[in-house]
Design a protein around this ligand. Sequence first.
Ligand code: ATP
Ligand code: CA
Ligand code: CA
Length: 410
Amino acid sequence: VKRPGEIVSKGHKNYNLMLNLQLGIRHSIQKEASIFRAIEPSDFNPNRKCWTRFPPEGSQITPPHQSGEFRWKDYCPVVFRQLRKQFQVDPADYMSAICGDKTLRELSSPGKSGSFFYLTQDDKFIIKTVKLSEVKVLLRMLPNYYRHVSQYENSLVTKFYGVHCVKPIGGPKTRFIVMGNLLFSEYPIHRRFDLKGSSYGRTTAKTGEEVDETTTLKDLDLNFAFRLQRSWFKDFIKQIDHDCEFLEAEGIMDYSLLVGLHFRDDNTWDKRGLSPFLLRTGSQDSYQVEKFRRGNRFLEAELQDRDRVKSGRLGANMPARAECMAQKSGFDQYNRVGISHFTPHPSGETHDVVLYYGIIDILQDYDISKKLEHAYKSWQVDPSSISAVNPKSYSKRFRDFVGRIFIEDR
Ligand code: ATP
Ligand code: CA
Ligand code: CA
């Protein structure tokens, strides 16, 4: 049974980093528990220094620990505490998910940027190491981000829960952000797509390569359009517009719409030789898997759950219908993706799905390196197909793309 990532246990090259991170977060949450005042403008000041020293033997405010001495920094802790509250993250749950006995899982570098990703045991949170430039972008946009997510409860932009830095004595600084896992779901996710609306280099699947639930597919791998109920569709497009306007105003580009798909109507996964579902711990999820194993009865059980799914929220648990885009790419979504396994769908094929999605990777501004990337690639291919374009063009192309792959049920 496949779960993404590798457990970070003793001997793992990032084991100490993980320990430091757990000690640091525990310390921060406990410290913040005693702050009762409301948030103030000065809480957004990025230059407020709050470094804490963690000697191995412990200190008055820090416990003894087994890794070498390190320093720990929280960025704008009062703002993030307030954001977690707004996002309805319980401090005790947050702390135990990250700092509990069970260890984190390191995802095998899903992006090109060189960031590391860690998933908490309960799958609710993702920790991503980031560059200094990304921290700067986040701190710069923080007041507007705070305003935006407060104004739009259903905003699809990544939920940020904290930004921190670890500095071991004599070692380099590691900065990281804690965010919500968009694909945390009560239904197993069968396919995941990272979509930007650009085409150049936007495919994951190589010829004959096995694709499974943990593969992140891209724009060119998608041959479905999603049909949404009218009211969902309207709310969804409105929210995408608000979110893109926000990102554009902040000078951000290179973000993606991450989409996770749960096929409700398909009991043929086994027959098609796919690996079994992502098995999670916890009774409810194993129940889902159990239902699936019972073959056809899975469908009946699922049908009864339908009304419950209808009460979903924008971005999580949204019912939809995935329709094959008439042989747009000719890739077979189910089996293997690639020319050698060319199996076009009969057009008109539809599936009931539950969608999970949100906008991720929102900390890249259009800086000199992205301008150079654009200039360089423009020599080779159509400039509008390149992911690196200015924020205004980026947002327009992104919205146009979303308008093509999501359609309104009439
Ligand atoms: P690059 O800049 O090369 O695109 P990156 O290192 O900045 O890569 P991201 O784009 O942030 O990485 O994320 C890479 C992948 O990790 C995504 O495609 C997605 O599968 C997963 N991922 C990232 N953030 C989240 C999140 N908040 N929830 C769920 N999955 C996520
Ligand atoms: Ca990305
Ligand atoms: Ca990135």
